[in-house]
Design a binder for this molecule. Structure first.
Ligand SMILES: NC(=O)c1ccc[n+]([C@@H]2O[C@H](COP(=O)([O-])OP(=O)(O)OC[C@H]3O[C@@H](n4cnc5c(N)ncnc54)[C@H](O)[C@@H]3O)[C@@H](O)[C@H]2O)c1
Ligand SMILES: [Zn+2]
Length: 380
């Protein structure tokens, strides 16, 4: 396989993935250097002003270049900052951002621009969904996770004391600019965590892409041209699922491969990113999903091993024992999984696999089988 994307259309150095959602259709542009060209890319949307929402880590690195690029095209801007981290997906931050957007004299035809990781995309996107009953917004994702996952698909929102992402709206962006050079300043741990979501797309339904990742992961992490292709291929994969199932009634659930386990592990560490970031939990979750599939005789031992070996090679955790400080008992984890929103009528729904690239939705997986598997994993 070459690094030429099969259907992402190449223009100069920029790759383009179209998200075909009828009147809500939009483009994702991917390439190094897109930030400096943001004014030219955003100008066709016809806005006069932009409210840029960012965090206090990302803004000092990149906001000036964005503001200058917009100004070159006659687009004025105001910058709204929140502290970095998950705690900013709160009612308080949402209220502050909404008020600041209104104070910035941004009119209904203007834009909200999210410059940051998934936290900023989710928060700014939700603010854009509700200020003036809906404003257009542009995503400029600055983490690998945001470029391959959270900026695609239109889910926006904040956390409630009842759980993560429980208050929000579907609101599609008008444009996504994924400048892959922005990932050069990302802490290596965040980069690797985002890579787990890249691998996920291969494991769901694209075995050749998983093969390609095995051969090219280093180029992705180190910022070679492989990175652009990996982001484009991931966006294409997510966009295809979203186009089939925009509001998650059907097979969009496949995107949750590894996530039922991952959410329980994130709960187990009290969402302490110092111990486990989301992508690390997903890496463990995907390795567990394949080993569980092997135990249930859906998947070969060879494929389960290959998944684990690749994640390990890329520097990601794959075992419950890899969770710093431990992750609780099998009963505790089972209970935590029972609280996940993918549970209906007391039966557990998992994404399992018949092999690499052959994932499927398994409904009604008996709790005792899950427990037996987890006990085995904890004492392996
Ligand atoms: N909407 C969706 O469909 C969807 C999907 C997956 C995840 N999410 C959400 O995404 C969030 C996680 O996103 P994330 O992993 O991007 O976390 P994040 O936004 O918290 O970013 C991680 C850290 O990296 C810093 N950072 C960001 N870009 C940087 C850069 N270029 N250089 C240096 N530092 C940088 C940030 O300041 C932050 O400290 C979660 O809240 C999750 O719920 C949403
Ligand atoms: Zn995820």
């Amino acid at each position: 396989m070459t690094t030429t994307p099969p259907s992402a259309e190449a223009r100069e150095d920029t790759l383009r993935v179209h998200v075909p959602l009828r009147e809500r259709a939009y483009d994702i542009l991917i390439g190094r250097g897109l930030l400096d060209a943001a004014g030219a890319r955003i100008a066709p949307l016809g806005a006069r002003r932009a409210a840029i929402v960012s965090d206090e880590t990302v803004a000092p690195l990149y906001a000036d270049r964005l503001i200058a690029g917009l100004a070159e095209r006659g687009i004025g801007s105001a910058t709204i900052l929140v502290p970095p981290g998950e705690a900013s997906k709160s009612y308080e931050s949402l209220a502050r951002v909404c008020d600041a957007v209104l104070a910035a004299r941004v009119e209904r035809g203007d834009l909200v621009v999210a410059l940051g990781g998934g936290v900023i995309g989710d928060l700014a996107g939700f603010a854009a969904a509700i200020v003036r009953r809906g404003m257009r917004f542009v995503q400029i994702p600055t983490t690998l996770l945001a470029q391959v996952d959270s900026s695609v698909g239109g889910k926006t929102g904040i956390n409630s004391r009842h759980g993560k992402n429980l208050v929000g709206a579907f609101h599609q962006p008008s444009l996504v600019l994924a400048d892959t050079s922005l990932l050069d300043t990302l802490p290596p741990r965040e980069l690797k965590a985002g890579y787990a979501e890249v691998v996920k797309y291969g494991l769901i339904d694209d075995a050749p892409f998983f093969d390609w990742c095995e051969a090219n992961w280093f180029g992705i992490l180190s910022g070679g041209p492989e990175r652009d292709f990996a982001v484009a291929r991931s966006c294409e994969a997510k966009a295809a699922v979203v186009a089939r199932d925009e509001r998650e009634d059907g097979d969009r659930a496949l995107l949750n491969l590894g996530h039922t386990f991952a959410h329980a592990l994130e709960r187990a560490v009290g969402y302490d990113a110092g111990r486990l970031v989301h992508g690390e939990a997903v890496a463990i979750g995907m390795a567990l999903a394949f080993r569980f599939s092997e135990k249930l005789d859906f998947c070969s031992r060879q494929d389960a091993h290959r998944v684990e070996d690749h994640l390990t090679e890329a520097g990601l955790p794959t075992r419950l024992q890899d969770v710093p400080g431990g992750c609780g008992s099998a009963d505790w984890l089972l209970d935590a999984m029972g609280q996940d929103k993918k549970v209906k009528d007391g039966a557990l729904t998992f994404i399992l696999a018949r092999g690499i690239g052959q994932s499927f939705i398994a409904k009604g997986v008996p709790a005792d089988k899950v427990k037996k598997f987890l006990v085995g994993e904890l004492y392996a």
